[in-house]
Design a protein around this ligand. Structure first.
Ligand SMILES: [Zn+2]
Length: 404
């Protein structure tokens, strides 16, 4: 027992003593006791190996909390309790399942799913092993954030994303040393905004870093010099506002949700007004307040996500290459209901929302037969994604937006 415990002790002392020590004792055993009491949060003083009043008080407090005899004497029981209190927590056991789960499923795998969703803040209900609407809503929320197919079904990709120890950010953080088209796009936007004067080489060096900091300063953001999701969001909004080459079609109405206004401003100019009007109509006619959860995702950004888990480190987060989604052209939106308390509801009244969206000319992902995607609405302008991609590649575009 002693050997097992001592191997788990985070004490710097090599000796796993059980020597009885009390006020007046001195030496290595006292030092170890003080170390353990400090790790457990009971002792604040120096590790001097001298059992004085401070050590005595700390030990008594610990004994009281652990419901041991409060005698100020460190005997076998106190040592064992101290080592248990300071041992690192064992990693949670996992069944490691990759079984495909969907609404109606139940059992241990569902329990594991709910636990993972809970640990990541997506599931707030009971871990009961029963895959009901709350679990499905949590899965959809997670899939949307991770840019996975939002189908509420937990397959290998969703399992992998859920188990990833370092949760892959929805948007890759670009920083000094990063390279590629995503960096080039950032340089272009910084250049148009007057912060970047060097070449658009797609290589994130000191010049790019300085420009990012200058932009962050101008927006009152903390000057990290790194392009995280928030900085990218602000950069796109500023770029779109400044980019007179891509005027919106008509006046874009404001919607009640500020985040949505920012995302609407990043959509293809031809659908900005429609997206805003759609959200406003749904709120007016059904009382459902929608948020634009996801809109424009640049081809470079999508390719960077696609590379993750394939040619770049990390786990696979998407199956879609850049250019294969209408989102990549700013022609698709994913919406979600925001309840009055601020929580989102992926199981909203989709048929009422879809009715209005379709009246306004949107195609609805809920009508698809292969992968049903209820939050998704798009406008194709009669073009397939491959047609749009060749237009994009041949330069029939203004900035990131193809000329429609
Ligand atoms: Zn979508």
């Amino acid at each position: 027992m002693t050997t097992i415990q001592s191997s788990a002790v985070r004490s710097t002392s090599a000796a796993a003593t059980t020597a009885t020590v009390k006020k007046g004792s001195k030496g290595a055993a006292v030092k170890e006791l003080q170390t353990l009491l400090k790790q457990a949060g009971y002792y604040k003083s120096t590790l001097d190996g001298d059992f004085g009043p401070a050590t005595d008080a700390a030990l008594r407090k610990f004994q009281k909390d652990k419901k041991l005899a409060v005698d100020g004497v460190a005997g076998p029981k106190s040592w064992a309790a101290l080592r248990a209190a300071t041992a690192p927590a064992a990693p949670a056991p996992t069944t490691g399942t990759t079984a495909t789960l969907k609404k109606g499923a139940s059992g241990a795998a569902v329990k594991e799913l709910q636990t993972l969703l809970k640990s990541k803040g997506y599931y707030t209900s009971t871990v009961d092993g029963s895959f009901g609407p709350a679990t499905e809503a949590a899965v959809r929320g997670f899939q949307s954030d991770k840019k996975l197919t939002v189908d509420g079904v937990v397959g290998a990709k969703t399992w992998a994303a859920l188990r990833a120890t370092t949760t892959p950010p929805a948007t890759q953080v670009l920083k000094k040393g990063s390279s590629g088209n995503a960096v080039k796009e950032v340089q272009l936007m910084l250049q148009k905004l007057g912060h970047y004067k060097l070449s658009l080489d797609g290589s994130f060096g000191p010049g790019t870093e300085t420009a990012v900091k200058a932009f962050q300063k101008s927006k009152g953001l903390s000057q990290t010099g790194q392009v995280d999701a928030n900085t990218l969001d602000k950069l796109r909004t500023a770029y779109n506002a400044a980019n007179t080459g891509t005027p919106s079609t008509g006046t874009v109405p404001q919607v009640s949700d500020p985040i949505s206004n920012q995302r609407i401003a990043q959509l293809h100019p031809k659908i900005r007004a429609k997206a805003a009007e759609f959200i406003n109509r749904v709120e007016r006619e059904t009382g459902i307040k929608l948020r634009l959860a996801s809109g424009f995702r640049s081809i470079a950004e999508q390719n960077a996500l696609y590379a993750q888990g394939r040619t770049k480190p990390g786990s696979i987060v998407t199956n879609a290459k850049g250019g294969s989604s209408y989102h990549n052209y700013g022609l698709a939106i994913d919406v979600v209901e925001v309840r009055p308390n601020g929580s989102v509801n992926w199981n909203t009244n989709w048929s009422a929302i879809a009715k209005i969206g379709k009246e306004m000319g949107f195609e609805w992902g809920g009508d698809w037969t292969s992968i049903v995607d209820k939050p998704h609405f798009q406008m194709s302008f009669g073009k397939s994604t491959s047609q749009l991609l060749s237009m994009y590649n041949s330069g029939q575009r203004s900035g990131e937006y193809v000329n429609l």
